[in-house]
Design a protein around this ligand. Structure first.
Ligand code: ADP
Ligand code: MG
Length: 394
């Protein structure tokens, strides 16, 4: 098959253990954990608007192996391809929890430092550890949340917290805000913590309640296509979209766009500039689409689900303006194939991946067709909904 095989978790652990032995004096790690990346089936840019999202956890994971140290020193090595240099950091934990662990360089270590900062128990011991990942970095499958959640899960093994899963996701989200400068919603960390084998998760980002949606039909495949492009643009697109949504909600007199209807929006059209109007329209419609899509999936109405995926993509392209020519090409190619129910960009946008729902029998044909039609070089993952973060036995 012309797809990228998903490496087993045990093979990622084996690679991390090897580097641990090489880095830390031939000793063996005593703790191993993993946390998954995710693909969002539908509900894009709705989480920070208190709306619904429908992601599933992937078999692609970040692994962390390590051991506590007798003092407060921390040494971490990453073997992940694409992390900035240096790949090893050494620092000492502050003696009191009031002293912040400041972000700095390399950038990748800031995700770790943020989680150390916001961990919900203590005092933490020092530790030495290795990070390895099968989630592509910066590919829109949320390697960043899987890294944060892996670090948090690792710390739980050294110094247990109360075990509350939602608080764990919130602490990891906060780490990304304060230490990576990314004002992300809660989706990525939530699904990396709470993902469940054989299920997608309908998450209500207002109440933080989640409903499992079974996804085990053997006749169905979730195909991820990585465009292998990422347009850096100015880097302010995400925060500026978020701000436009907040402005729109304020103009409508609502606490968030989750509280707004299309009628509210039409009524206030004169008070919003055209661009802000389009942003709000995407969000309000996408929240409704996500609820409908979850019901369609639950009831096996895959054609309807696929149509909603394409509507979502078109709205992200035309109203929210976060797609790019490569993602549009991939979606167009996928939807030309018989047996494909639907396809859309997934994640924040401007590159990264598409997700396609299709009949299992159509996978080879779809992969072939997308390869022929796409102007770049795609990679493919055939994925199944997988479990959230967990400790692993060594
Ligand atoms: P995405 O979450 O879609 O993969 P982001 O830009 O949000 O993309 O996060 C990617 C960044 O997360 C990387 O550039 C790197 O700094 C960090 N990262 C993710 N996984 C790892 C890892 N295993 N080791 C080191 N850094 C990582
Ligand atoms: Mg990310």
């Amino acid at each position: 098959m012309a797809s990228c095989p998903v490496p087993s978790v045990s093979s990622v652990v084996a690679g991390a253990r090897q580097v641990y032995r090489e880095s830390f004096g031939a000793s063996e790690p005593v703790v191993a954990v993993c946390a998954p990346g995710r693909v969002n089936l539908i509900g894009e840019h709705t989480d920070y608007n208190q709306g619904f999202v429908l992601p599933m956890a992937l078999p692609l994971v970040t692994v962390m192996v390590g051991s506590p140290t007798p003092d407060r020193s921390v040494s971490i090595v990453t073997v992940a391809e694409g992390a900035d240099e240096p790949r090893r950091v050494d620092f000492v934990l502050p003696n009191d929890s009031a002293t912040p662990i400041a972000p700095g360089m390399p950038k990748w270590a800031n995700y770790v430092k943020g989680v150390l900062q916001h961990y919900r128990a203590g005092p933490l011991p020092g530790f030495q550890a290795v990070l390895a990942s099968s989630v592509p970095l910066g590919g829109g499958l949320s390697s960043s949340a899987s890294l944060e959640v892996a670090v948090y899960t690792f710390l739980q093994q050294l110094c247990p917290d109360d075990g509350d899963a939602v608080s764990k996701a919130l602490a990891c989200q906060k780490a990304e805000h304060t230490h990576a400068g990314m004002p992300c919603g809660i989706m990525d960390q939530f699904i990396s913590v709470l993902g469940k084998d054989g299920h997608a998760l309908l998450i209500d980002c207002r109440s933080l309640e989640a409903t499992l949606v079974p996804l085990t039909d053997q006749g169905l495949v979730i195909l991820i296509t990585n465009s292998n492009v990422r347009h850096s643009l100015t880097g302010s697109e995400y925060p500026s979209r978020r701000q436009q949504c907040e402005e729109a909600a304020a103009t409508l007199g609502k606490s968030s766009l989750r509280e707004a209807t299309l009628e509210d929006l039409e009524g206030a059209q004169g008070q919003l500039d055209k661009e802000t109007y389009r942003r709000a329209r995407h969000v309000i419609e996408e929240i409704g689409r996500t609820e409908r899509a979850a019901a369609a999936l639950r009831e096996g109405r895959y054609h309807e689900f696929g149509e909603l995926m394409v509507d979502s993509h078109n709205s992200l392209r035309d109203h929210y303006e976060v797609s790019c020519p490569e993602l549009d090409e991939l979606v167009a190619a996928a939807t030309e194939v018989e047996g494909v129910y639907g396809s859309r960009m997934t994640g924040g946008g401007f590159g990264g991946c598409t997700v396609t729902l299709l009949e299992a029998a159509a996978v080879d044909r779809a992969v072939q067709h997308i390869k022929e039609r796409y102007s770049g070089t795609p990679t493919f993952y055939i994925t199944i909904p997988s479990d959230g973060a967990r400790a692993l036995s060594l």
